[in-house]
Design a protein around this ligand. Structure first.
Ligand SMILES: Cc1cc2nc3c(=O)[nH]c(=O)nc-3n(C[C@H](O)[C@H](O)[C@H](O)COP(=O)(O)O)c2cc1C
Length: 243
């Protein structure tokens, strides 16, 4: 790909060299995996999801997941939880003790053991909570905060647009939208139209997610949804970056 065609992406004060981001995957995107992925030059990589409650209680095993020593930058740490105090604590603890670039909040995990505690995608049913958690993490973080959501909880609760607006108002610098509901888990086809709708309703960058398996899928999702373009950039700058 011609250099000029590679779209840079600005997330708060962090500039990504390109708009291809390695999705967080618990049990997979550990340090060794992320280092292997460096070869493919992703614009950003994200850790596995990390429990804010475990950090709050000082769990040493959980702290090991925060080790990104020697890895290429920028790097985001993903945290999950539904209690504003432990989420705020984790944001401050991570910023004070680790050299990371972005804090991402998981509001999409569908796993029963996560949603039974009110965490992950369960939050998608409570927009006020989505706002409060994003706000408390943003207030306690010296790095930009991003949030990863799903289309909604199920076909009766398609909440992506209202939640995305709350997330933007609460101070987040970007939103990732996985185009499936919690009820769908990882099945079926991701709905990219919902990503387009979110993109039309917020001014922060929107990262499209779901069913991106090839470079052609990546191009297609950008064309179809307008995601990964940074509205915040002045049009002249955008033109010069060709995005
Ligand atoms: C094994 C596995 C673990 C995952 N762990 C996380 C996670 O820790 N945090 C997160 O936000 N998403 C997680 N995801 C979701 C992915 O980041 C991504 O949103 C999803 O796989 C997109 O759908 P696709 O498989 O159609 O590309 C996980 C997915 C898989 C398959």
């Amino acid at each position: 790909m011609n250099d000029k065609k590679i779209a840079k992406l600005q997330i708060g004060n962090v500039e990504l060299e390109n708009n291809i981001i390695l999705g967080p995957m618990a049990g997979l995107t550990d340090r060794a995996f992320r280092i292997i992925c460096e070869k493919f030059n992703p614009g950003l990589v994200v850790t596995e999801m990390i429990s804010s409650r475990a950090l709050f209680y000082g769990d040493e095993k959980t702290k090991k997941l925060l080790d990104t020593t020697g890895e290429k930058r920028p790097i985001a740490v993903q945290i999950f939880g539904s209690d504003t105090d432990s989420m705020a604590y984790s944001a401050k603890f991570i910023c004070d003790n680790y050299d990371i670039d972005i804090i991402d909040i998981n509001m999409g995990c569908p796993a029963p053991k996560i949603v039974k505690n009110g965490d992950g995608s369960k939050l998608l049913l409570d927009t006020n909570k989505v706002y409060d958690i994003t706000k408390s993490v943003s207030k306690n973080s010296r790095v930009p905060v991003t949030v990863k959501i799903r289309k909604g909880w199920d076909s009766e609760h398609i909440t992506a647009v209202e939640n995305a607006k709350a997330i933007e108002q609460a101070g987040a610098s970007a939103i990732t939208v996985h185009g499936r509901t919690r009820a769908e888990f990882y099945s079926g086809v991701a709905d990219w139209d919902i990503i387009k709708k979110v993109k039309e309703n917020v001014n922060i960058p929107v990262i499209g997610n779901g069913d991106i398996k090839t470079v052609y899928d990546a191009k297609k999702i950008i064309e179809q949804t307008g995601c990964d373009r940074n509205n915040g950039l002045k049009s002249k700058l955008r033109k010069s970056l060709d995005i």
